[in-house]
Design a protein around this ligand. Sequence first.
Ligand SMILES: [Zn+2]
Length: 66
Amino acid sequence: MNSKSCKTCQAPLQADDRAIYMKLVSRTAQQFLCIDCLGVKLSCGREPLEKLIRYFRESGHCVLFR
Ligand SMILES: [Zn+2]
């Protein structure tokens, strides 16, 4: 168990997966979910999360997405 893999399914995490988790769940998280598992947790599926990631990245305002 480490911060480089999803705490639920053990999938390897991308920087974006950790960033969106920090943004939506906890800035101080030590363990993270991949966006599939985060989508399940938030009952929204991964698609809105991918859109959010794109939005934050393109807006350039969020320090987590650079
Ligand atoms: Zn997962």
